[in-house]
Write a protein that binds this ligand. Structure first.
Ligand code: PRP
Length: 187
């Protein structure tokens, strides 16, 4: 059970400190600025987990850029995901002939981004790439890799800096491993 009074007590160990995250986001922002110089890219934030990463990353894009937002959810049938995503909120702008960069907090199975890139690819963008702060390749079930990533993480339950369990922990400034007792009966 989530103890909202003791957010920090629910964390088994810190995986990535605030300083490590901020240094990496700056590095990614500088690289993206160079790669997209003069292209006025559209950075697409996938709500809600990507919000802290997106906000910090955009501050390090040192050129003209535009923002837009999408919200998606997986179609689920009991415990299994079909790997199809439902669009809960679509983009507000056309991406035809635009340089589009999808910004995500984590690539796990890859289902969400696999489906999303197929969908956005049909809208004739000039280019379409993905930046994920975290990559969890051990969990991949489809052939997709982020064009830019910050850190490879082990297959553990990670929360913080946008990543949640039952919608909590997104506001932690660092990324940590959640104690098992929070989400199961084990300690
Ligand atoms: C998380 C994350 C990605 C997706 C990655 O979103 O933000 O969108 O899961 O998993 P996948 O690679 O297995 O598809 P989530 O559905 O938890 O929603 P949230 O962003 O609102 O937390």
């Amino acid at each position: 059970m989530i103890n909202k009074m003791g957010l920090e007590n629910d964390i088994l160990r810190v995986l990535l400190t605030e300083e490590q995250i901020q240094a990496k986001v700056k590095e990614l922002g500088e690289r993206i600025s160079r790669d997209y110089a003069g292209k006025n890219p559209l950075l697409v934030c996938i709500l809600r987990g990507a919000v802290p990463f997106y906000a910090d990353l955009c501050k390090h894009i040192d050129d003209y850029m535009e923002m837009d937002f999408m919200a998606v959810s997986s179609y689920e049938d009991g415990m299994t995901s079909h790997g199809i995503v439902r669009i809960k909120k679509d983009l507000d702008v056309s991406i035809e002939n635009r340089h589009v960069l999808i910004v995500e907090d984590i690539m796990d199975s890859g289902n969400t981004l696999n489906h999303l890139t197929r969908l956005l690819g049909t809208r004739n963008p000039a280019s379409l790439r993905i930046v994920c702060l975290l990559d969890k390749p051990e969990r991949r079930t489809c052939e997709i890799t982020p064009d830019y990533f910050g850190f490879i993480v082990p297959d553990e339950f990670v929360v913080g800096y946008g990543l949640d369990y039952a919608d909590a922990y997104r506001n932690l400034p660092y990324i940590g491993v959640l104690k098992k007792g929070v989400y199961s009966n084990e300690d």
